[in-house]
Design a protein around this ligand. Structure first.
Ligand code: 13P
Length: 245
């Protein structure tokens, strides 16, 4: 699975061109799942493409409707053929003070509407330096994700994105990634069961690019990537896609 998080980048023309480029260059293997998390305002245009690339939204508010000025509901996104949502990204936790409780409500709301979830988790450098990273990520999962049923966890993917590696050009080492991903896999197995744990995709995100993707994707417990900066050009993203196992 490979996902692009365009964040607050591009204009409509650039977004359409990039999407066209992805359609032309991403390897069309049925086993590969591609999701593009585009800014809201590009979704109407991108939803006109009837493609195998899934449309995703970077955010939504977990209420059905009502007096929430400036917010967007899941039902409104579904009208634009949005199939997946990003929940718990560190940029939303940090810049918009999203709590574990709000993140949990978002998970429930998305799943109730049969929209797939990409659940992000990640630790700060301070937490890693104090050697609390495995425990911290396990708590993030327990607080906001592991309350869902076994049936529903299969509609979720988990993206491990160490905060210190996002947009910094500093990628986690394969040892660091594998340690965390295998710990996440064990946590899923403990909470649910081994078969379920094998079925949940665990993605890595944080300065992943065409040069380091091969090594990252070859880690046994890495099932793909969530790509920020390197998803903003067709060439980079497609080079990354060609390195998926
Ligand atoms: P970068 O790939 O730009 O480091 O961003 C990762 C990310 O935050 C994806 O959600």
């Amino acid at each position: 699975m490979l996902a692009a998080n365009w964040k607050m980048n591009l204009n409509l023309h650039e977004a359409s061109e990039l999407f066209d480029g992805f359609l032309e260059t991403l390897p069309a293997q049925e086993s590969n799942r591609y999701v593009i998390f585009a800014p809201y305002v590009f979704l109407p245009q991108l939803s006109l493409y009837n493609s195998s690339i899934e449309l995703g939204a970077q955010n939504f508010y977990p209420a059905e409707k009502g007096a929430y000025t400036g917010e967007i509901s899941i039902s409104q996104l579904k009208e634009l053929h949005v199939k997946a949502v990003l929940i718990g990204h560190s940029e939303r936790r940090i810049h918009f003070s999203e709590s574990n409780e709000l993140i949990k409500q978002k998970v429930d709301c998305a799943l109730a509407h049969e929209v797939k979830v990409v659940f992000c988790c990640g630790e700060s450098l301070e937490i890693r330096d104090s050697n609390e990273h495995l425990h911290f990520i396990n708590e993030q999962l327990k607080d906001s994700l592991f309350h869902v049923s076994k049936e529903n966890i299969l509609n979720c993917s988990i993206a491990y994105e160490p905060i210190w590696a996002i947009g910094t050009g500093r990628t986690a080492s394969c040892e660091q990634i594998e340690e965390m991903h295998s710990s996440i896999r064990s946590s899923i197995a403990n909470q649910y069961d081994q078969t379920t744990a094998q079925s949940v995709a665990i993605l890595y995100g944080g300065s992943c690019n065409s040069k380091n993707a091969k090594d990252i994707f070859s880690c046994p417990n890495v099932d793909g990537g969530l790509i920020g900066g390197a998803s903003l050009t067709t060439e980079e993203f497609s080079l990354i896609a060609h390195q998926l196992n």
